[in-house]
Design a binder for this molecule. Structure first.
Ligand SMILES: [Zn+2]
Length: 102
């Protein structure tokens, strides 16, 4: 199996399930997508990925994911759902991140 990896950042606001104060994070996202057939140009794939996640970047995660899911784990699950990535990691500088394989 060949996977393409894509690295990107998503800057977004949230309250999330644990904090009533509106605040923001820059999430460092890495995702792994299986390559079926001939691999696409990596830059093209990254552009398509960013377009599919555009509403998350500079968005309010509570609105997009629901407040209970506005977490690093919820963000990873949403990225998996939208892109079919078999593995997603989400990290941030000031708190816990996650890595999920599907
Ligand atoms: Zn937070």
């Amino acid at each position: 199996m060949i996977s393409t990896t894509i690295n990107l950042t998503i800057s977004a606001a949230h309250r999330g399930p644990f904090d009533d104060r509106l605040h923001g994070h820059t999430y460092r996202v890495k995702l792994w997508i299986k390559v079926l057939g001939s691999p696409k140009n990596g830059e093209l794939l990254k552009d398509e990925t960013k377009a599919k996640l555009a509403d998350l970047d500079h968005g309010l995660l509570d609105d997009v994911l629901g407040r209970e899911n506005a977490t690093a784990e919820g963000l990873a699950m949403e990225i998996h759902k939208r892109l079919g990535a078999w593995k997603v990691s989400v990290d941030r500088d000031d708190g816990p991140g996650c890595e999920i394989e599907f």
